[in-house]
Write a protein that binds this ligand. Structure first.
Ligand SMILES: *Cc1c(COP(=O)(O)O)cnc(C)c1O
Length: 430
């Protein structure tokens, strides 16, 4: 496969950006070769600048639940484009997207739009601290919540891949306000509350941790977190930047039927444009400025183009059977993968929850915590990734990243992908 133009663009980028990229995992540090530069996407396919075509399972890291350039989103953007791109003042598009979300979600009564998942989680933490008047937060090893200072403590994928446990530039005093505990470990959580009972503002977690492999939690553990928050007055924050509008319209909260106190959204909510959001009860949200003392603002928040794209995408997600169909397709896909792994004597396992899937490079069942993933099992991923690219399938460039199936992936695309993934694995491992 010829990737000459991608390679040239990458060489140029090195003169412009740290590591040649605007987000670290894109640099292909954990896989072989240099980054692929994309030119266009349609449905489940993306084309690079050299004209190579890929079945795309990265889907921009999750936002593209309808695939690339879905007609409703493109149309909505074309319609709004000529009216101006931003006013820094209220527009009706904000109301429309908020109404659609709040009318179809039992877990939040008020919402605030921001421009990224990082902003959403950062603001949710500030809200929890403002509301409770407490300082500390509990986060879990292997959960990623964006790159705000307090949350960049032993975070997931990019960091796990690069083998650093936290970022330079975060004062110890900030990191010291974050208590990091292992997932699926009730004792560790209970102990943290014993030690800091009166000063824990919140627990934040990805209810389905999907940034460090796919670490499916027991429902029982999630209920435990809910209970301990109720008992201690701490708030439970579900970071649903990946799972929101992905596991179902109500995200993981609806999927597990557990009511968090604050929820954060990103990725799917913006229809491929930069949108994040956080929401809660009317009472808790009344703490946010201008109603309350917790400050949070944004020049481009609620931007009309982003709102229109989100509205178009989420309206499609509400159509009858949308999530059932996605989940069924994805489950069939992982089943076919597992059968194929077996018949090729490959010790791998494909798992999925809804349309999120992960290829675990071991046959181990029920991996629930980050430390249970053997880093050595990832050694082969870098080579496999390149072999798979050469066959025309694009996965996120790290073995710790999950993949996403979109509405645009047909059963044919998925069967074709099963063959290519197994071929690439056999080529890599034998
Ligand atoms: C992607 C992600 C974020 C950060 O969102 P950005 O839009 O990249 O800032 C936060 N939390 C989770 C769970 C994510 O997957």
């Amino acid at each position: 496969m010829n990737t000459e133009k991608s390679h040239q663009l990458y060489q140029q980028s090195l003169n412009y950006f740290p590591g040649g990229v605007n987000s670290p995992v894109r640099a292909f540090g954990a896989v072989e070769g240099t980054p692929i530069y994309f030119e266009k996407g349609k449905g489940c396919h993306a084309w690079d600048v050299d004209g190579n075509k890929y079945i795309d399972f990265c889907c921009s890291w999750g936002p593209l639940i309808l695939g690339h350039s879905p007609e409703p989103v493109v149309k909505a953007l074309q319609e709004i484009l000529n009216l101006g791109t931003s006013f820094g003042a209220p527009t009706k598009q904000e109301n429309e997207l908020a109404k659609l979300i709040l009318d179809n979600n039992r877990f939040i009564e008020r919402i605030r739009f921001v421009s990224s998942g990082t902003e959403a989680t950062m603001s949710a933490i500030r809200l929890a601290r403002g509301y409770t008047g407490r300082n500390k937060l509990i986060k879990f090893e292997g959960c990623y919540h964006g790159h705000a200072d307090h949350l960049l403590v032993k975070a997931g994928s990019g960091l796990a891949t690069f083998g650093v446990s936290s970022s330079a530039g975060v004062p110890e005093a900030f990191a010291g306000e974050t208590i990091v505990v292992p997932l699926n470990d009730k004792e560790a959580v209970a102990e943290a509350f014993q030690n800091h009972q009166d000063d824990i503002a919140c627990i934040i977690l990805e209810p389905l941790p999907a940034n460090n492999g796919l670490l499916i939690q027991d429902c029982d553990f999630l209920h435990f977190l809910k209970r301990i928050c109720e008992q201690t007055g701490a708030l439970l924050i579900f970071d649903e930047v990946i799972t929101g509008f992905r596991l179902g319209f109500e995200g993981a909260a609806g999927y597990y039927n557990i009511a968090p106190d604050i929820v954060t959204y990103g990725k799917v909510i913006g229809g491929g444009l930069p949108v994040g959001a956080y929401g809660s009860s009317a009472e808790i949200m009344s703490q946010i400025a201008p109603d309350g003392p917790v400050y949070q603002a944004g020049t481009l928040s609620g931007n009309p183009m982003a709102m229109a794209a989100g509205l178009a995408q989420l309206s499609e997600c509400l159509s009858e059977g949308f999530y059932e169909n996605l989940a069924e397709k994805t489950h069939l896909f992982t089943q076919q993968l597992n059968e194929s792994f077996k018949s090729n004597n490959l010790s791998l396992k494909a798992i999925n929850v809804g349309s999120i899937f992960w290829l675990s490079f071991s046959e181990q069942n029920d991996i629930r915590a980050a430390h249970e993933i053997d880093p050595g099992s990832m050694d082969a991923f870098g080579k496999f990734h390149r072999n798979l690219l050469n066959k025309g399938v694009y996965l996120g460039p790290s073995g710790y990243e999950v993949g996403f199936v979109s509405d645009a992936h047909t059963e044919n695309d998925l069967s074709e992908s099963v063959l290519k993934i197994c071929d690439a694995l056999v080529q890599t491992l034998n």
